[in-house]
Design a protein around this ligand. Sequence first.
Ligand code: GLN
Length: 588
Amino acid sequence: MKNKNIFPKYIVVTGGVISGVGKGIATASIGMILKNYGYTVTTIKIDPYINFDAGTLRPTEHGEVWVTDDGGEIDQDLGNYERFLNQHFSKKNNITTGQIYSKVIENERDGKFLGQTVQLIPHISDEIKRRIKEVGKNYEFVLIEIGGTIGDYENIPYLFAVKSLEREIGEERVTYVLITYLPTPRHIGEMKTKPTQQAIKLLSEHGIFPNFILCRAKEPLDSVRKKKIEIYANIDSEHVISAPDIDTLYRVPLNFEKDNLGKKILKEFFLKPKKKADWSFLEKSVKIIENPKNYLTVAMVGKYIDIGEFSLKDSYISVSQALEHAGVKNNCGVKIDWLSAQDIEKGIIGEKELKKYDGIIVPGGFGKEGVEGKLKVIRYSRENNVPFLGLCFGLQLAIVEFARNVCKLKNANSVEIDPQTEYPVINFIENQRKFIKESRYGGTMRLGVYAAHLFEESLVYRLYRELNRIEEDKKIIEELKKDKDNSFRLGYLEKDKPIIVERHRHRYEVNNDFVKLIQDNGLYFSGYHNINENERLMEFIEIKKHRFFVATQAHPEFRSTIFSPAPLFYGFIKASLKFKLDRLKNVI
Ligand code: GLN
């Protein structure tokens, strides 16, 4: 007899035909739906590559690297999960082949296999199962998205592992979702189901028969094709779900719900919704995104890499998302123009072009290319009172610009750009290198969440308070205190001060030797992290007389969701909107 009370239940999501058709968003949407029905949900992304994590992957090839609270550097799908579920995940929610093999080899070296021959099956698949179970422990639903496409060699151990998990815990606790793509070749002009049939067949070779098929395509699926798939896969027509292209990500869960996908999935597990789902907030937000009352145009200044604009956008997905969230909260749409820092450096883009923007962002980045262009644009926004938001590298360069042009420190720089600079306003902090090493982070990057104290007279503090983050982050701080592997992230906490946490991913820091001089010249440091009682790292800056000139050493975009936008993005959009309206009214 099926026992509906045993949790967790597992939902395995695989992809057929081609990758890049929104498997991550579909998985995240299913999670959001189940959560909205009152269940607890976690998600696992399996990346079958041999890299240990995404830290060393080229962002132009794989998109942005997502950073978790505990310092994991992961594929951007984890970002979609966090955004859609409004939940924080750990680096454990990502499994790569590299991690699985290194753990098995480590166990073998430690003599844990007692002389056995260590093999793909069962040792690798057992380790995969162990990792999946460990993540799912305290949840009712575990969504497992297997990266790549059915038929990839690298997927085989994972398919074997989930099948073996199913045998172990019972088929009533596992459901399979196949996400497929139906192409419409231009010369035929008709939607083709054959690749989907092949994907179903390939999956069946692993003993897996999908319970649901989500059909991605340009257009909605018609009844003829739906019938074909239903017959071929031997499933109920209700379980073939049409998922046509849409412009707004958050439409995906809403559309799935129109098809009652949530209730259908619950029914597969002999479950009912625990509560009535409330979609009103998401519906309202989607309406704002699709039909904003106002809209503004923001310039995002990044370095162009040969592959072109497309990849640049892909490597700043969280920043674009955070702008969208902040737009919704301000009841406006945000158009992003991607400006090449190199073009600004060369003067191809000048003040005349910059004038049309309501706000300017210099996001995170690495390396020299385009740096002088970014500095020009920062100077332009500072001197012309144009809203500016600097993220990580954006903060570092805002300091460089201010040091050079206001404090008159000629050729001041970050040592990343000019190791010989006479004024290394952004430097490598020796103590921090030691600190990170002691925390077993091996590398030299500051990764994951760190606590920051905010000065109550700062704009940054007001924004964090307005968006309830001081309260929200108290819970995270309490959790961190209990977590011995991560408590170092809090550093030394001062009593009764507003403290927030944000995620980081960088190597260099503001050089404390210059802080006083810079502050005396009018760039205010609004928040800092205490490594210990005697040493601080600067986290936020702002210019008080400016309408909005704020930058942070952190990446607040990693904590932004449509439900809880990042305070600095919210403030930036609000200021940009005001700037736009003031200009329209000719107040300035
Ligand atoms: N390149 C800078 C550093 O390593 C900034 C990194 C970033 O923007 N994420 O410190």
